[in-house]
Design a protein around this ligand. Structure first.
Ligand SMILES: Nc1ncnc2c1ncn2[C@@H]1O[C@H](COP(=O)(O)OP(=O)(O)O)[C@@H](O)[C@H]1O
Ligand SMILES: [Mg+2]
Length: 372
């Protein structure tokens, strides 16, 4: 039996827990011609959900879908290359037609064209050398979409990246193009909450209130419990109820961490899984990761690390500058704490969940708890 707990990528609904409400919401937005923004902390399941939506029969039948992950892009020309490749690979399935189209549409450029033998995808290097060419090529890509035979769903994953491009007009440029597309709906997805929400909710920004906002919550505990028990019993193994709820508690039901812990439990081949087994496997994971955690520690000041450790030990803190908390962990003054909080937030080592500051990485948080 293959391990049913994925820790990367999307295969099919068989390996995907729930997300019915969110899937329906996104499909409804698509069907009703609304653009949508999907936000959540990292590793909560945005990318998985996008793939899940694009994999639904209704979407596959009625639309072309273009998925582009722009995490690796740092400037407009790179965006255009990733986006252009995603569009061309989706809209033209045969290499001949693809080539023809490229020649016709990108006549001003001399793009080079190759096939990746591993992904079976065409790879186009547009050879963009300046800003004008980037803008022109972008324009051509949108014309291609406009001429598509079917309506198009475009997913821009890690969309907050564009705020870091040196071309400060990128937001306005994309907004103008996207606004004019009658036959396409866009999904903007990203993790960096402040960056992405600012883009869509500041009234002086181009994308202001242009999309429906969907904040991806945690997966419902009951549904996740059912999913986990089912996968083990399908492999003729048992996991008791307490063990399952223990998994969901210690991982805060943060999707990736649930998946990872279950993946390692599944790998262990242990037939009867109880709470003790979960703790044993968890400990293995934490020790394995220790190298990373020491690196984090070396990147922080003593003050920042002490605060991080205290937040981990408390499983989240609402008021880090309160007297009790400072005294309990010997943390110094209110003002040093405030500046440490700021820099931990900036480094994405902590984030705010509800009214509490939490250590972002769940396993790191659990490791901090083990420290004296
Ligand atoms: N509904 C789900 N059921 C099972 N596994 C999921 C689900 N959603 C996401 N995952 C898995 O969780 C991990 C993190 O999800 P991902 O979509 O990459 O998060 P994000 O894009 O928010 O950072 C991935 O390994 C993915 O396969
Ligand atoms: Mg993602």
């Amino acid at each position: 039996m293959k391990n049913p707990f994925l820790v990367k990528g999307y295969i099919s609904s068989e390996y995907f827990c729930n997300r019915k409400i969110e899937t329906d919401k996104i499909i409804s937005a698509i069907e009703n011609r609304r653009d949508l923004t999907l936000i959540s902390p990292r590793k909560m399941g945005k990318t998985g959900l996008i793939y899940h939506v694009l994999n639904q029969n209704l979407i596959k039948e009625k639309y072309y879908s273009v998925y582009c992950d722009i995490y690796q892009t740092g400037k407009l020309s790179e965006f255009v290359t990733v986006f252009g490749n995603a569009v061309i690979n989706q809209l033209e399935k045969t290499p001949d037609k693809m080539l023809k189209k490229i020649k016709r549409f990108f006549s001003g450029l001399t793009p080079s064209f190759s096939f990746n033998p591993i992904t079976f995808q065409a790879e186009i290097d547009f050879k963009i050398v300046n800003h004008r060419e980037a803008e022109n090529t972008l324009q051509q890509i949108f014309v291609l979409i406009k001429n598509s035979k079917k309506p198009v769903v475009i997913a821009f994953d890690e969309f907050q990246q564009i705020t870091g491009y040196p071309e400060k007009n990128t937001e306005a440029l994309l907004r103008t193009h996207i606004q004019q597309l009658i036959n396409a709906r866009s999904i903007f997805s990203g993790s960096s909450k402040h960056l992405l929400s600012a883009m869509f909710s500041d009234y002086n920004r181009p994308f202001y209130q242009s999309t429906q906002l969907l904040t991806l919550p945690k997966i419902n505990k009951n549904d996740y419990s059912g999913f986990i028990s089912e996968k083990f019993s399908a492999a003729k193994r048992t996991i008791d109820e307490k063990a399952v709820s223990h998994i969901l508690n210690i991982t805060r039901t943060h999707t990736y961490y649930v998946q990872y812990l279950c993946n390692r439990l599944y790998e262990s081949r242990i037939k009867k899984i109880d709470k003790e087994v979960v703790d044993k496997i968890l400990l293995n994971i934490l020790y394995e990761n220790e190298g990373y955690y020491f690196t984090y520690r070396n990147l922080l000041t003593t003050q920042q690390f002490s605060l991080l450790k205290a937040i981990g030990k408390e499983d989240g803190v609402a008021q880090p500058s309160s007297k009790d908390f400072i005294l309990k962990y010997g943390l110094g003054t209110t003002s040093t704490i405030n500046s440490a909080i700021k820099s931990l937030l900036l480094k994405d080592l902590i984030f705010k969940e509800g009214d509490k500051y939490m250590v972002y990485d769940v396993f790191f948080s659990l490791w901090l708890k083990l420290l004296s």
